[in-house]
Design a protein around this ligand. Sequence first.
Ligand SMILES: *Cc1c(COP(=O)(O)O)cnc(C)c1O
Length: 401
Amino acid sequence: MNDAGGKFETLAVTHGERGQRPAEGVEDVAVPVHLSSTYAVPDIDPDASLETLDPDAGEFLYSRLSNPTRNALEHRLAALCGGEHAFAFASGTAAIVTAISAAVEPGDHVVAFDDLYGGTKSMLSRFFEDRLGVAVTLVDARDTEEVAAAMRPETALIWMESPTNPLLRLCDIEAVAAVADEHGALLGVDNTFVGPYFQRPLELGADVVVHSTTKYLNGHSDSIGGALATNDEAFAEEVTFLQRVGMGNMLAPFDAYLTLRGLKTLPLRMEKHASNARAVAEFLSDHSAVSAVHYPGLDSHPQHGLAARQMSGYGGVLSAELATGLDGAARFVAELDHFPLAVSLGGVESLIEHPATMTHSPLSQSERDFLGITDSLLRISVGVEHESDLLSDLATGLDAL
Ligand SMILES: *Cc1c(COP(=O)(O)O)cnc(C)c1O
């Protein structure tokens, strides 16, 4: 469309913006950020439907419904997660609440890992259980038998994470998928802690996989977002309705652009995260001031065999327990230069956090004791810096104890 001309005030609002696209056959190499909230369409279409707008057919009407930048990201997420369909959300939390909402209704039952991300646990109890009448049973899913024993006729969903936060516990995704199938339930897996480069739950039999793209997928600690992927047509249709209309919790275009940009280097980053994390895990394991290291790549991890079967790499997160109390953990953290004290993970920069007083502080002491989160436990998200700088920094911290 050409500019319509007009007086100063009209030109100030509209001039120059319309029709700014490359000629047929000329394409952007990097995806453009389509920030427009609405689209000028060529004519009135009596057959248009908001819920069936197909961005792949160039159907854009309003950016909550479909947006070219988000659509590009959703295609890439689908490909990397091994799903036919993918959706990008405003946060990992938004992806999770949408996935669970698409799977359950009042009166249904959910079986979930007792070691879930804290926000998901609160969501299940305060939103789904207390408000919507969905029963929830938490089990130690390291043992598939516990998952099977908790199943009821009305169980509609099994919700898992592997590895978990912060103790890097695993569940056998393939075996849990078999339990879900046997009971006609869906299996959802939050794969945030390792990401799709090293583990693809849909290929192991899960029905839906979610990621907080805030972590490894975007990878640069500068965007909050979430992703959901599935091969289940009916489920994807329900998610489409929830994302576009029922919840309206889609990812904004600029964050979609950042995440597309971040994904370009996901394999390179993951290889470096994993090799640095292994070096840090081995270094800490050998140090007398450290009483335990939790990393699925170590032979000493009680589920290392399972890790080797279902993951092609072990990621960049580990946790370690110091042979001191809370004050020792505080002294250690204060000595570090390359590990700022911060929650979150999966960015190129290394971070350290103290679960008892940070991510897991909403839990009671007895809940933390039950999960094994002690006052001297520290979680480390190992970045892509040079290994020797990270190891010497940690050595300095441990020497101070
Ligand atoms: C961070 C995280 C979430 C929540 O994602 P947000 O993007 O912060 O909403 C969910 N699950 C896991 C495992 C996480 O690490």
